[in-house]
Structure formats: C-alpha cells, structure tokens
Unconditional design. Structure first.
Length: 410
C-alpha cells in the first residue's frame, strides 16, 4: 500500500464515516442505560477514536481487511496485542470489524505458529518475535458477543498452532512455565525480547528478559488455555479436557514458583538462579484476573494494591517506591490502561470491590480531565496524558472499565 495517496484517503474517510454511524447507534443504546454524563462522554470519545483509527489494507499487508492502528498520529501498521484489544472492545458495537482484527493475524500467522509483532502498511513484517499471547482471550469475547461457527473453527486451529509455538519455543521444562524471547537474526536480539514482552523499557528487564519467568505471560497462558477449552467445548471437541488440564497445571506452577511469600506478591523469577526480581509492577496483578490466587494470596496482593507507597490509587507500571520509578518515562512508571484493567477486574473478582472502584475511578478521572483526546499512557501522580494521542488500547480499556459493571448487571 503506497503512503498518502488521495484515493486511499477518500476510501478510508468513507469507511470511517460508515463506522461512525454504526458506533453512534451503539451510543444511543448506551444512553438508555442510565450511565453518568462523564462516562457517556468517555464512551463517545473512546469509541470515536477506535472508529477513526481504521486503516484500509487495500490488498497489501493485511489484504482487504480494515485494520485498526494504535494511533494515526504515530503508527502506520497493525500491532499484535493492540489488535486483540481493539477486537475486544469493538465487538460491542461492530462484531464484523472486531473479527477482522483477529483474521488479520490469523492470515499472517507464520508456519511455526508465531503471530508477528507488527504488520506495517508498507509491507514490512516484524516476525522474529511476537507479543503477549492475548488473542485467544480476546477472540472468545468477540465470539460470545456475536457467535460465528466458521470463524471459531478457523481461529481454534490457528490458536492451537500458536500455543504450540509458545510451548516449544518459550517454555522452560524445569519450571513448567513460560518466558519471553526472540529469534537471533541480528544484533538487536535483546531489544526484540523486550518488545515481545510489550513492556519495552520496563525495569523488569534491566538485567535481561529471556532468563525471567514472567508473571503476566504465565497468567496470560492461563487465560489462553481457558479460551481454548471454551472453544473446544463450543466445537464439540474432546480436547476441552486437555486445555483445562494445562490451565490448572499452569496455575499450580505459577503459585509454586512465582509467588513470593516474603513480599506477599507474584514476582518474576530468574530461571537460572531461582531468584525473584526486585521489581514490582502492575503486570504482577494479572494472576488475580486469571484467578490463579488463593483467597489468602489475593488478600496480600490487595494489600499491595492498597499501599500508597506502591500502587494506590493509580496503579503505575512500576511501584512508586521502586528506585527505578519515573512517572513520565514510558513503561518505567506511567499508567497503562490495559494493566490497570486487569488489576481492577482481578481485585473485583476476589471481592475487593471498594479498592477496585477507587482505582478505576482514579483512572477514568485521569482520562476525562485530558479533554482533547485519550493518550497512550498517563502520569500516575498528576494524571497528565503522555505519549501518542488518539490511542487505541487506552480507548479500549476506558470502554471496558465503564462497561464491565454494566455487563454484570445483565
């Protein structure tokens, strides 16, 4: 696809206008649910950004699909886990568009099962590393909102291949747990490992990446296996029990190896030295969302979440009292809404509803007070928007943090 042609601009503008009409119908329905004026304002802004971020494939890297880019201000391409997130929220008002985000990566899956990190609009594909494996989890939500047997069958086969990639290329047999890595195709191998984690410059990786059994990655694999079991059941496959077995085994291994009793928290562990990382991150709350924790473990994790010296009330990506904390430096402190969502919903699942609501309200206030747009991330102390504007997954999780309670009321 050539950059900047006037014909492409007109075509994309037409598609965005059509998509805006679809989302406005959804907004009309949401307006009848008694949602507050602030939350209606946020839903409108977030859904408008997702509709506006559509970029046409025009037969190029992602074929004739409509891809949603992370931000029109900074990106020309579709990114792996961003697309899963976009599908998750867009399925609320346009299931077809949501399915297309999944289909783009199924179409571009590599022979070894890997989903590329990014498909650039000009044709370049980054495929010597991937991104956190959240697609099956997102796909199941899309399917539940708009069942499609043919797409389910295709996705199930693709995600089976993807699970095989993670299990053969990113699995530590000694611990029975997963780690991030990248293929060594050039001198940027260590950087690509960071990029596969999604937390590019996190202090979690200051000592390296592939030696760590990452807490969030392993919790994502629990969600992966849960999604595979659901899909197998829907398809009438005998493989449901296989996936449920892997899910329970992964949960057991997380609690056996990644729970730090001394600090009362899940922590990354060096698979060569058996030592825990010193860094506490919002990523370490994902086991609550994946329902890995016992009641006692959840109570201790909730105490960490409620500690104003660590994560309360804005859930920074690095604990406030960590020596590496920086409120404005990418993944070294700023608030990223995907991890806030998993923490908030995890706390809610375990009954810490007041705490969950306090964090959720803090973040929605941050998003609301930056009236012009929705940013890539936010300063956890001031709430000032940072990074790219018109950012897709921040919009996704703004929608989800508002709608999650409404879903519960059904």
């Amino acid at each position: 696809m050539k950059r900047g042609s006037f014909a492409e601009y007109l075509a994309a503008r037409k598609v965005r206008k059509e998509e805006d009409a679809i989302r406005l119908q959804w907004m009309e329905k949401m307006g009848k649910k008694g949602i507050s004026a602030r939350d209606m304002r946020l839903l409108d802004r977030a859904s408008k950004i997702l509709a506006n971020n559509i970029m046409l494939g025009n037969g190029g890297t992602w074929g004739d699909y409509r891809g949603i880019v992370p931000s029109l201000s900074h990106f020309r391409g579709v990114w792996n886990w961003d697309s899963a997130f976009h599908a998750y929220a867009v399925s609320r008002f346009d299931p077809e568009l949501a399915y297309e985000q999944c289909e783009i990566f199924l179409k571009n899956q590599r022979p070894n099962g890997l989903f590329p990190d990014v498909l650039h609009s000009e044709g370049e594909i980054k495929d010597n590393y991937s991104k956190p494996p959240v697609f099956p989890w997102a796909f199941v939500q899309v399917y539940r909102r708009s069942p499609n047997r043919e797409r389910l069958e295709r996705a199930y086969e693709g995600y089976k291949k993807n699970e095989n990639f993670w299990h053969t290329k990113r699995f530590d047999e000694k611990y029975g747990l997963f780690y991030y890595d990248a293929e060594k195709i050039d001198e940027h191998w260590l950087t690509h490992q960071r990029w596969e984690s999604g937390m590019d410059n996190s202090p979690r990786w200051d000592d390296g990446v592939s030696q760590y059994l990452a807490v969030d990655l392993n919790a994502f694999m629990v969600l992966f296996y849960d999604a595979m079991a659901f899909m197998a059941k829907e398809l009438g496959s005998r493989e449901e029990e296989h996936w449920l077995g892997r899910k329970e085994e992964t949960k057991r291994k997380i609690n056996e190896h990644l729970w730090c009793e001394e600090r009362g928290m899940y922590l990354d562990k060096d698979r060569f030295t058996d030592e825990f990382s010193y860094v506490m991150s919002s990523a370490h709350f994902v086991p609550l969302f994946a329902e890995c924790a016992t009641k006692e473990q959840a109570e201790r994790v909730a105490a960490v979440a409620a500690d104003s010296k660590k994560f309360f009330p804005s859930m920074p990506t690095v604990a406030f009292d960590d020596r590496t904390f920086n409120p404005v430096k990418y993944w070294r402190g700023p608030v990223w809404l995907n991890y806030v969502y998993w923490a908030v919903e995890g706390l809610y699942k375990y009954g810490f509803r007041e705490l969950s609501e306090q964090i959720r309200e803090t973040i929605l206030h941050f998003v609301d007070k930056n009236r012009r747009t929705i940013y890539e991330n936010y300063n956890p102390k001031t709430g000032k928007g940072l990074g790219a504007h018109g950012f897709g997954w921040s919009s996704v999780f703004t929608i989800e943090m508002i709608c999650a309670r409404l879903d519960e009321e059904k």
